[in-house]
Design a protein around this ligand. Structure first.
Ligand SMILES: Cc1cc2nc3c(=O)[nH]c(=O)nc-3n(C[C@H](O)[C@H](O)[C@H](O)COP(=O)(O)OP(=O)(O)OC[C@H]3O[C@@H](n4cnc5c(N)ncnc54)[C@H](O)[C@@H]3O)c2cc1C
Ligand SMILES: NC(=O)c1ccc[n+]([C@@H]2O[C@H](COP(=O)([O-])OP(=O)(O)OC[C@H]3O[C@@H](n4cnc5c(N)ncnc54)[C@H](OP(=O)(O)O)[C@@H]3O)[C@@H](O)[C@H]2O)c1
Length: 497
């Protein structure tokens, strides 16, 4: 692709003749500087002639990443580690970083959030900058980013939920698990969700790990959540909750569920047996001393719990028991399915029978969904991903993707890490092979100017650290690791904006 010359960077495509200087002569901090009002030294003639002589590979490659979840941070980490001069800007739509690590991972799994320490180390690199409060596709286009950077990596995750597309989905009391998770985890757009927990019975549709997370949060006695980073509003609602029974309904038998059995058994899963066999409000539950965990059940106990979760199993061999698929109109209607065929060819076939499952709350948990970010970026609506080959966006040189938007909304943080490292590696290979635009690129200097003209005020990582300190201090009184700030306006006020 022909390099694009910036108006304020007329020497961008000058020929490269001299050998590159040694790495020690290169600035390891942000470069280039002094452009178009950016901070730092002016682009003197000496500096320009120095810079014009080496290729993109040898210069400071300006790379930007869209999204600051695991995919964004792991991609940035790989690029910074394996290219000693690369500079990475991370753009994030929220005022705060870390994506689903903050807004998805369940509050009672704090150990998972330790990856934030690794991400923070990456953000502290003097070759990395975080720009929150910037919605790519709205505040700045992907084309504008491509013009300003040598390469752009799209790591914006899967922010929507898959709909069941069956009648009744819009009824009051029917929510997506995504919104419910966002609510208890303090996602600003879901802070006013106010789910009605005055019912006795809730149904979760889907059998993935998110389904387990929401069922567990609904059933966990609030005192076990009090010392987590769950929002105070969610904790208050859960304290008032009347939900005693949660049905997890899926279209497969217990042996084919999508959730991680080992993890569920290993981590507090004594609860499962207990929760599903006894309503949480029972005296037995309430009498448990604080901190007590019922012993983790063995596999047989788990199957027993599951047979109670999956309504109306027909008995006999579990693989041969009836399957059910969610569908409802005014109340939840479960058509009964029966497995036919063997192995991978097994299909669930309706038996014609339907059963009603009365409930007051339905949480649809059949997966997340990525959306197109910008008309200039190809998108496969069927698979819900950006078409790519190992992270290279098909037919768009210089554009890459990683994480859930690359491979679909499945996989844990380590899967996302591996996948992001591959994208980083591919990008660096392309850089080395001279496949990315040559000549310097202005990077954030150009985007900052654009955003300023559009009235968008990005927040930096040190801004986030101020918000972080505020959250930690607000949580201290209640013995929580933090009390999350929920209102973007309040966050901006705290930052003096
Ligand atoms: C409810 C839930 C719980 C989970 N729990 C666990 C767990 O316990 N352990 C585990 O290993 N894995 C867990 N996972 C999986 C893990 O969260 C994912 O593998 C991982 O977060 C995917 O990373 P990502 O960066 O692709 O997406 P995300 O984490 O979603 O990050 C995407 C980022 O892009 C930003 N963004 C979106 N659009 C734009 C835009 N237009 N402009 C700028 N920025 C944008 C988003 O705000 C977000 O910060 C969980 C997933 C969910 C849904
Ligand atoms: N603790 C953790 O480590 C943790 C926590 C949360 C999430 N995660 C990860 O995050 C990813 C996303 O989790 P997820 O639970 O959203 O997705 P998921 O694992 O893909 O599970 C989705 C569930 O919805 C079902 N489903 C899909 N379409 C359906 C339909 N039309 N009708 C009925 N059921 C339907 C699926 O059934 P089929 O199997 O039949 O398709 C499956 O049971 C997963 O990789 C998960 O492991 C991990």
């Amino acid at each position: 692709m022909a390099p694009r010359c910036w108006r304020w960077w007329p020497w961008a495509a000058w020929p490269r003749t001299r050998p590159p200087p040694s790495e020690s002569t290169q600035s390891r901090s942000r470069a280039p500087v002094g452009l178009n009002g950016s901070a730092g030294r002016p682009a003197s003639a000496k500096y320009r002639s120095f810079r014009q002589q080496f290729s993109t590979q040898e210069q400071t490659p300006q790379i930007c990443v869209v999204g600051s979840g695991p995919a964004g941070f792991y991609t940035a980490q790989h690029l910074l580690k394996h290219h000693s001069r690369a500079h990475v800007d991370i753009y994030e739509k929220q005022l705060v970083p870390f994506g689903l690590v903050r807004f998805g991972v369940a509050p009672d799994h704090p150990e998972v959030k330790n990856v934030i320490n690794t991400f923070t180390r990456t953000a502290h690199s003097d070759r990395c900058a975080f720009h929150g409060n910037v919605v790519v596709g709205r505040d700045v286009t992907v084309q504008e980013l491509r013009d300003a950077y040598h390469a752009v990596v799209l790591s914006y995750g899967a922010e929507d939920h898959r709909g069941l597309e069956i009648p009744g989905e819009e009824l009051l009391g029917v929510l997506s698990a995504r919104a419910f998770v966002g609510w208890y985890n303090g996602l600003p757009e879901n802070r006013k969700l106010a789910p009605d927990l005055s019912c006795d019975t809730a149904v979760v549709l889907g059998q993935g790990n998110v389904a387990l997370d929401v069922a567990r949060i609904l059933l966990t006695p609030p005192e076990y959540l009090e010392k987590t980073d769950i929002t105070e509003a969610a904790l208050g609602a859960l304290r008032q909750s009347q939900v005693k029974t949660v049905w997890i309904v899926g279209r497969r038998g217990p042996l084919q569920v999508a959730f991680t059995i080992k993890r569920s058994l290993a981590r507090g899963s004594g609860w499962w047996n207990y929760c599903f066999e006894q309503p949480r409000r029972s005296q037995g539950w309430r009498r448990l001393p604080a901190g007590h965990r019922p012993p983790a059940p063995g596999a047989s106990a788990f199957s027993e719990a599951l047979s109670r979760c999956c309504p109306r199993q027909m008995g006999g061999e579990r693989q041969a028991s009836a399957w059910q698929s969610p569908d409802w109109s005014l109340s939840l209607v479960l058509p009964t399915l029966s497995p036919q065929g063997v192995g991978e060819a097994t299909r669930a076939v309706p038996t014609g029978a339907v059963e009603d499952l009365p409930c007051g709350l339905v949480l649809s948990s059949i997966g997340y969904k990525s959306c197109p970010i910008d008309p200039s970026v190809p998108f496969d609506p069927k698979l819900g991903v950006i078409p790519n080959m190992e992270g290279r966006v098909v037919d768009v040189p210089g554009l890459y993707c990683s994480g859930w938007v690359k491979r679909g909304p499945t996989g844990v943080i380590t899967t996302t890490m591996t996948d992001s490292f591959v994208t980083g590696q591919i990008l660096l290979q392309d850089l080395k092979a001279g496949l990315l635009p040559s000549g310097p690129r202005p990077g954030y200097a150009a985007i900052k100017a654009l955003l300023g003209r559009r009235g968008v005020w990005p927040v930096s990582f040190s801004d986030w650290e101020k918000l972080d300190a505020e959250e930690v201090s607000r949580g201290q009184g209640a013995g929580k690791p933090r009390e999350k700030l929920l209102d973007p306006q309040e966050m901006l006020r705290l930052l003096g904006r």
